[in-house]
Each structure stands twice: as structure tokens, then as C-alpha cells.
Design a protein around this ligand. Structure first.
Ligand code: ZN
Length: 348
């Protein structure tokens, strides 16, 4: 009898605590509280006392609790598909229907975007995706990296850094993640996350025990902090082709669904994992020509293109040292000595 009497109040208590638990907390960001079920946009200022810029960010704080995802678009301001995709994603999300939090960096590198600058921020000539973990008292790009690392990445359970082929790059879409053998659980989480994004190819970066140098890359900064992360590379020549933008939008939604921040279903994709890549570099400054395209399969020993000098005379045949698939390649004539002409993914 005593037991039966206890069951009803216990059930009430259980339901009450479940309801309490189901309520998300305000998300404190930039000295503001983003209430559960709402979103708030921020322009985070960055200045080195000489140059100034800002980082446009929207925080979507779900009504229910859950994981925190960071999506960083526009680390390279000329890579438009992930940038345009982030703008579309922002318009399509309703925080009242979300569980957990999305911190969306609409555009990490506003100067490079407005300068239409390939890879570099012209304010200091630095590449933001070689500048992590950044410096609090560094140049403007180093301070941008520092801000993203400490104010955004540090707040996330998972991170996406989204890129595309730039002005001179044809590229086969893929996701990537850091495979570090000293942290197998972290690498496994990153692999699962990268796989869930829905690309046909997933590239394993590093394949090392761990990171012994500065993180340099945005997603590697997350991994160094113990946060699982994935890269997106989707689109070519920087241009916002609708098919490529849509692919990135789908990948963003897949990430949100995978982490159960949104309630959609996850499409099933069984990707090919590319463990190793071979990079073919130019030995000369000059003109580069190739009839190939990203995504084509190449055989070891096959001629992939050639380089001429400034008088049009051929000075180098470019041959593939391996069998594989072209993940990305230079597709415009200018070439510098040491430039990566091709990235060939191994398929074994
Ligand atoms: Zn990039």
C-alpha cells in the first residue's frame, strides 16, 4: 500500500523535472543573454588600433536544451558557396523549433570578402586559415583568428569550417576531418560528424598522433581544444553555383539533424574515405594547362597537363605519381613555383 501511494507523487515529480529539464537556458554571448527559442545577431568588433573590422554572427538558441554547433563560413572571403549557403540557412531556421544552440559565423573574413581577395586579407597580407590560434595583440588577421577561437570555437560542442575551391581552383566536393591517433575518441567523433554531412568523399587530414605545431587551421584549432570538427570543401572558382550552394545548405542541415539540434531526418550516404593524398607542385613560374577536371580518375604515370614559360615554350610535363582521383586542381593559366597543381586522393 505504501508503495502504491508513493508512485503517483513520484510520477508527478518525474514529469515536473522532465519539463524543467526540457527548458533551455539563456545563452550568454557578448554580454547579452539570448533567450531560449530566440535568435540574436552580433557584429563582433576586431581592431589592431590601425585596421578595424567586425565578424557578423547570429546565435540561434533553441527552446529545448541540446548541443552547441559552430558553423564558420567565409574564413576565405572569395569562397562564396558556403557563405551564400550560411545566409540561406540563417533565413530558414526557427529557434523555437530547435534543441541546443547554433553559433553561425556568416562571414569570418569581412575584409577579404569586400576586397574580393583570394586567400588573403589585404590589410596585413595574412591567410586567416593559417593564423590559428591567433594572437590577442597580433595583426588584424591574427586578432580575427583569436576572436573566433576564443569567443566562438571555445563555446561549441562541434564545429564546421566551410570552404570551396577559390578563384583558380576546380574542386570535387568533400568533407574532411583530422585523424589523430593519440586522441582516437575525438577522431572517431569528427569522422562520424564529417560523414553525416552527406558528401561522397571524406578526406582524413594529418594522419598523425596529434598536433605539435600551432593549429593554423580553424577546424584544427577546434580539435586541439578537444572539440570534434569537420571541414566542408564544396564549389569551384569561388562562384556561387546554385547546385554547390544547395549542397552546402544540405550539409549544414545534415549537421544540425545529426546533432539533434533540429528534428529532420538524416539522408544516408556511404562515402569513400580518402586516407592519403598526393600533392603535385609546380617547379616553375609560368603558364599551366590541363584538360582535366576535378573528380576525374587518373592513372600513375599519366600526363595531367604541362607548364610553359612566358614565351609559350613547354618546360614541364605534369605526370601523376599515383592512381587516384583529382580532389582539386589549378584550372587557370597563372602558376607559381611550388604551387599545388593537383591534389590527388588515393582510393585504397
Ligand atoms: Zn578556403
Amino acid at each position: 500500500m505504501i508503495q502504491t501511494k508513493l508512485i503517483a507523487p513520484l510520477l508527478v515529480l518525474l514529469c515536473f523535472s522532465t519539463l524543467l529539464n526540457a527548458q533551455n537556458k539563456p545563452f550568454q554571448f557578448q554580454q547579452k543573454a539570448v533567450r531560449p527559442g530566440t535568435k540574436m545577431s552580433f557584429s563582433i568588433p576586431v581592431t589592431d588600433g590601425h585596421n578595424s573590422t567586425f565578424i557578423p554572427v547570429t546565435v540561434f538558441n533553441g527552446k529545448a536544451p541540446g548541443k552547441a554547433l559552430g558553423i564558420v563560413a567565409g574564413i576565405h572571403g572569395f569562397e562564396y558557396p558556403p557563405i551564400v549557403a550560411a545566409q540561406q540557412l540563417a533565413q530558414s531556421l526557427d529557434p523555437a523549433q530547435m534543441n541546443g544552440t547554433l553559433i553561425l559565423v556568416h562571414m569570418a573574413n569581412v575584409p577579404a570578402f569586400l576586397q574580393r581577395s583570394v586567400a588573403l586579407n589585404q590589410m596585413d597580407g595574412k591567410n586567416l586559415n593559417r593564423s590559428f590560434p591567433g594572437k590577442a595583440s597580433g595583426t588584424i588577421t591574427e586578432r580575427m583568428a583569436y576572436t573566433i577561437a576564443n569567443q566562438i570555437i571555445a563555446r561549441c560542442d562541434y564545429v564546421i569550417d566551410a570552404h570551396s575551391g577559390e578563384a583558380n581552383n576546380d574542386l570535387k566536393p568533400y568533407a574532411g576531418y583530422y585523424n589523430h591517433t593519440a586522441t582516437p575518441e575525438l577522431s572517431k567523433k569528427s569522422r562520424g560528424f564529417a560523414t553525416a554531412l552527406g558528401f561522397n568523399y571524406v578526406i582524413q587530414f594529418d594522419n598523425l598522433p596529434g598536433v605539435t605545431e600551432p593549429s593554423k587551421y580553424c577546424s584544427r584549432e577546434a580539435v586541439v581544444r578537444g572539440i570534434p570538427a569537420a571541414d566542408i570543401e564544396c564549389g569551384r572558382y569561388g562562384i556561387a553555383e546554385p547546385e554547390m550552394v544547395n549542397k552546402v545548405v544540405t550539409a549544414y542541415h545534415n549537421a544540425l539533424n545529426y546533432l539533434k539540434i533540429t528534428n529532420g531526418t538524416l539522408g544516408k550516404v556511404t562515402p569513400l574515405y580518402v586516407r592519403n593524398r598526393t600533392f603535385i607542385n609546380s617547379n616553375y613560374d609560368g603558364f599551366f594547362y590541363s584538360r582535366l577536371k576535378a573528380g576525374e580518375f587518373v592513372k600513375k604515370g599519366a600526363t595531367l597537363g604541362y607548364i610553359t614559360n612566358f614565351f609559350g615554350n613547354k618546360i614541364m610535363d605534369v605526370q601523376s605519381p599515383v592512381d587516384g582521383i583529382i580532389m582539386y586542381m589549378i584550372s587557370t593559366p597563372p602558376v607559381n613555383k611550388t604551387d599545388e597543381l593537383f591534389s590527388i586522393g588515393h582510393l585504397n
